[in-house]
Design a binder for this molecule. Sequence first.
Ligand code: S3P
Length: 171
Amino acid sequence: MTEGRHIVLVGMMGVGKSSVGRTLASRLDRRLYDSDEMIEQSTGRTVREIWETDGEPLFRTLETEALRCALAESEPAVIAGAGGIVLSPENRRRLATDDACVVWLLAGIDVLLERIHNGMHRPLLDDDPEGALRSMFEQREHLYREVADAIVSVDRRSVNDVVQAVLRCAN
Ligand code: S3P
């Protein structure tokens, strides 16, 4: 049962973690923690600024701290983890905790490409979005699988349908 457990959404950029997270949080009357937003709030800088000024390693450190803080909340919440959250072994260890039900939102690359409109916080997609998404998926697929308690396909489904599916497998 998810009662008392955080629901953590993971998956590739553009899969809809933030929009599904928002609807899910309001449906469950829970707080939403979005790791990118937490980083922007705590630093007062955008993801892109951090990335371009300090580089990916600092961004990943901030991401680990954001996940740690969100999981440490005593009230069960909805946590939207950014696409790269599974890269760190420390994050994967934390996600394995019994206090979190981790749902991997899965979509085909064509669907991700259609959904990626605002690239502002996604410097990894600046040059060749399709190639970058394909190689990222190859590198990360097994990591998402490793942390997932459930997998929900979002291909051609509305946000509400996906939320229903997440609720079904999180219960
Ligand atoms: C990233 C995903 C982005 C953002 C950054 C890096 C990644 O978040 O954290 O651009 O490595 O997959 P979203 O998954 O919310 O787009």
